[in-house]
Design a protein around this ligand. Sequence first.
Ligand code: T1G
Length: 707
Amino acid sequence: MSEVVSVSVIDDIAVVKVDRPPVNAIDQAIRAGLLKAFNELRSRPNVKAIVLGCAGQTFFAGADIKEFDTGIRPPAYHDVFRLIEDSPVPVVAAIHGTALGAGTEIALACHYRIADEGARLGLPELTLGIIPGAGGTQRMPRLIPLEAAADMMLSSKPMPASQAKELGLIDTIVKGNVVDGSIAYAKQLVSQGKGPRRTRELPVRGAENAAQIFADKAAQAAKIMRGRASPAKLLEALQAAAEKPFDEGLKVEKSISIELEKSIESRALRHLFFAEREARMIPGLSSRVQRRPVTSVGIVGAGTMGGGISMAFVNAGIPVTLLDVSQAALDAGLAKIRKNYERSVSRGSLMADQMESRMKLITPALDFSALGSADLVIEAVFEKMNLKKETFARLDQAAKPGAILGTNTSTLNIDEIAAMTKRPQDVIGLHFFSPANVMPLLEIVQARRTADDVLATAIEVAKTIRKVGVVAKVCYGFIGNRMMDPYGREAEHCLLEGATPEDVDSVLERFGMAMGILAVYDLAGVDIGHFTRLALGDVFEKDPTFYRPSAMLTERGWLGQKSGRGYYRYDNGKRVPDPEGIKLFHDEGKRMGVPQRKPSADEILERCLFALINEGARVLDEGIALRASDIDVVYTSGYGFPRYRGGPMFYADTVGLKKIYDRILEFQRTLDSRYWQPAPLLERLAKANSSFKQWQAEQATGRAAAS
Ligand code: T1G
């Protein structure tokens, strides 16, 4: 048999086992091996039943996603799965770990499904911009109710075995080794004379309510997956299941799958799947570097960030000592954490006892000495350099030798902060995004003296607390906030040229941004950004129009949502245009001699995005970010950039770097040439008709050759 597919026969039960670490992703070799195995077993009369299982951490975790870019070579999924379904003897799927995508679909093609208690089953294809393409849209609603099938695919959330059993997807749940349990189950089937049970021959469950179900789901999908094509296509395939015979429905599924696999949406989401995993790989940082243990954490500052960071750690079961200078601040911080958990309990996403056990993992403290045993201490005090330096000087005294000292600064120079300690090698930037218990991104900032084991430990901690860690080097604003600067600058300048906040934000939200940049500033606090820029020195002297609107708002105390007014007014929490603010921006623009060009929607979009991308190219050229795909991960998991566009650098490649370069040269002529200077990397790639993807591949090859 092939090295990934093995067959053994125990009494009259054949066991077909697949072993392709790490997650048994189904590729050509597995398909070919299964085809061969099931064909051979058809000619073995002594075999009365077959058990299909996998070695390692999980049953098949889906199709090998890499094959979408390299091409899916024969045998086809449909042919292999049909052969399994047509087996003359019962086939039992033995499911453990996370059966996902084609992993769930192959189980649907089996006649019986057995799972162990920890197993989960899902059809998460929409997370990759595709639909289940190996029969899942046609077979699933024949085993579980149509509505439940639609929910499973629209949510992409794997369901636990217990729920799958309730719905009829799983026949039984076994304790212990699932293959052994499945062999016993198969023997029972044989002894009871039970034969194959082909899913495709079953009627669709709940087809009579199909019209209502699809109407509801379409509305739901349109709301939660704005700008995406695949959800509606999924419903189209499910509709075919409800209305057509199996084989015709399968044809509909196949044509939709082929169409979606080529789409930019799917290419973008597949790009991010691998980009998020590649972000953990740091060239030159050997996987053999010993990680430091992190079993207890100290947090300095019980404000919004400190509270959210504490929750991220206790949610992962890691106890936290939360320190603040005053009892009042500490009580307020703890009350906010409890309020956040109470909201989750009221939504049913957390049990009350889980809330209590998490609150118990937080120990409040007023004295730095309480941090003396923590393995990792993270400072989350106000974004002021003096305060950060003072805090690190105290941490240097209080923290134990070997403790990792993290700073949650979002812009400041971490080398300077580290210099406040006698152990700069233990200092690293851990930049969380608000709300820190929710936002997936963790920008891990490697300072000049940060030790390799500290960096390796930080990357591991990110995974432990279910964050997407991306490594950046030290510069003003690291990757994310540095690129945000020119993006916000253009948005603000458009206001001085006669656009309204609504004009700017609606263009960005139509593009797919979770929220327009000006609404983001109102949420974060207009003053935060203003004072950070003020700390940069003479930026306003050099260019009085530079972020002029936010300066004017801050001067008036119109600080955004927290003061009920910023770029917009907030009436009972509802965002509404503010005619007085708009007039303020326009009058100021005229007073400063800014041409009242009232930029078009397309121009606003290009200026904001191309400024972002151009700065991204500088960040890459300077080595602040390792890969273009890292920037894409930062922006899609921390700044609300639409995942279905793949991130700013992936998006740039879809637009074409030459077009962006030419447009920047145009802006250089028509707008402020001080800002519209093409980044050298962008210029090089545009002139070479190349792309950030190609540049990244060349960098990787170059690094591999050098190592
Ligand atoms: N294809 C290729 N590689 C995969 C893979 C897959 N499906 N799943 C994981 N890997 C690699 C991953 O890149 C990483 O590699 C290593 O395995 C460990 O993964 C026809 C078309 C299973 C829950 O969407 O959700 O079936 O970085 O770090 O945290 O309808 O991986 O070490 O080199 O994520 O323990 C549907 C995707 C496919 C599941 C494990 N399936 N995978 O999480 O490990 S589409 C999915 C996951 C499909 C059919 C359609 C997770 C996991 P490297 P990891 P983990």
